[in-house]
Design a protein around this ligand. Structure first.
Ligand SMILES: *Cc1c(COP(=O)(O)O)cnc(C)c1O
Length: 449
């Protein structure tokens, strides 16, 4: 078997996610034979550093032996069992541990299979909580511009990335969208904290105006990952927590992408010392091995559903594979890896190296900004730096960087014109240097006209 054979068979049978399939006439899909640490290897023997953790799910490397061992042990014991009326050891242990490590006050775990479902659950629970409390008129969600919360219709509704959303607009819920505190937009001379603080006025105004109709505010703490890796200051989350309490509105923290150490703390909310009413976790939860997501919430929310059956206050939501034991075993193994060594400390070193090796990028005439939050570093390409004019999106400059990467042992998958590194935590300094070198060359190629 080689790349060409498998790619040809693929293109006769598959329809790939988030892909214009016609693009594959020029760039065939790459069949991967194996993964080891940060490296992926294809059927022709080419190797690639997974600079984006395979869509941000991988934390401790591909085929991580510790996680693999845990799953192998579980698979001979119990592969799956219905989680309604039944339970099992991995899901109980995982729930206990998640309650333990997440911000204080989150005392209940509800499981699903992906981030979008976790977001759907948080939205439904919030609305249902207010209904159970005698406030059914609370039906509106507040979100941030440029946010992303997944692809199912409810999750898509509370996102705001035009590329994914606009087509489906007639089908969607209508949230109240508030300008994002995104610090790329700050005026010269204004720092991150000041900018994020100033932007909060929009949120305050909406919360004041529609208090009685709003169930919840949903945000991605600190980094809007799918929204071109735009970042903001923790102060916004502090102000938001305080305002949500004041107006009696839930706070949903969607940490599907930023949870589990990505931003420098185990959970991004910690940097603002806040605890949300709902915390959505996915992606890194199983170290990138198996699909699993969780929504954590408070006993206060939980208690509003707890009643005699005929009251019909229960949360009658389920997914077939809810709390799958293999996925829970992978998650437990992932949490063990966090306990076995000082992962966050080691990440600080790696993040420092990522900053160092991209320091000179800032002076490039077609790089508007290099921004970083922990183990996420993003480089925004721009047509005119002085006037802040972006390239026309149709030119697909980022795709040139992508292609250059593939020819040079690097999987970099820019979001539009934003090239970013979001590597597994087991990356070595020399591998970071390699990513930076390839990104620099790719950006030169993509911007030299
Ligand atoms: C990826 C992502 C989701 C959706 O998760 P899926 O598992 O892809 O459904 C939701 N929210 C955020 C912030 C994400 O990054």
């Amino acid at each position: 078997m080689n790349n060409a054979e498998l790619a040809a068979r693929d293109l006769r049978a598959l329809w790939h996610p988030c892909t214009q399939m016609k693009d594959h006439e020029r760039i065939p899909p790459i069949p991967i034979r194996r993964g080891q640490g940060v490296w992926l290897e294809d059927f022709d023997g080419n190797r690639y550093i997974d600079g984006i953790s395979s869509w941000w799910v991988n934390l401790f490397g591909h085929s991580n032996p510790h996680i693999a061992r845990r799953i192998k042990r579980q698979v001979d014991q119990l592969e799956h069992v219905i989680l309604a009326g039944f339970t099992h050891q991995p899901v109980v242990e995982l729930s206990e541990q998640l309650i333990d490590i997440t911000p204080v006050g989150l005392d209940r775990c509800f499981f699903a299979e992906n981030g979008s479902s976790a977001v759907e659950i948080a939205l439904k629970m919030s609305f249902h909580y207010w209904k159970n409390q005698g406030q059914p008129e609370k039906t509106v969600f507040v979100n941030l511009s440029n946010s992303y919360h997944g692809e199912t219709l409810g999750a898509l509704s509370v996102g705001d990335v035009d590329l994914y959303k606009r087509t489906y607009e007639p089908l969607l819920l209508r949230p109240e969208t508030v300008p994002s505190p995104d610090c790329y937009q700050r005026e010269p001379g204004v720092n991150w904290r000041e900018h994020s603080e100033l932007e909060f006025a929009h949120m305050e105004a909406i919360l004041a105006r529609r208090t009685n109709q709003i169930c919840a505010v949903i945000v991605e703490p600190l980094v809007q990952c799918a929204g071109y890796m735009r970042m903001y200051d923790p102060v916004y989350l502090s102000l938001l927590r305080e305002a949500c309490d004041r107006y009696q509105v839930h706070l949903i923290a969607d940490e599907c992408a930023v949870g589990f150490g990505r931003t420098g703390t185990l959970f991004a909310c910690e940097q603002a010392q806040v605890s949300p009413d709902f915390l959505c976790l996915a992606k890194g939860l199983t170290g990138g091995f198996l699909p699993l997501s969780a929504v954590l919430t408070t006993n206060r929310v939980y208690d509003a559903f707890y009643d005699d059956y005929p009251s019909l206050r229960a949360f009658l939501h389920s997914h077939s594979y809810t709390g799958n034991p293999l996925a829970c075993a992978a998650a437990l193994a992932t949490l063990e890896l966090f306990k076995q060594s000082d992962v966050l400390g080691a990440n600080r070193q790696l993040a420092g190296i990522m900053a160092q090796v991209t320091e000179h990028f800032r002076d490039h005439p077609n790089i508007a900004e290099v921004r970083q939050c922990g183990m996420i570093l993003a480089i925004e390409m721009i047509k005119d730096k002085r006037t802040r004019t972006p390239y026309p999106w149709q030119e697909r400059r980022g795709q040139k960087v992508y292609r250059h990467g593939l020819q040079n042992q690097a999987l970099l998958r820019p979001l539009g014109d934003v090239v970013y590194f979001m590597p597994p935590y087991v990356i070595q300094p020399t591998e970071i240097e390699h990513l930076a070198k390839v990104a620099w060359q790719g950006i030169q190629l993509a911007t030299n006209d």
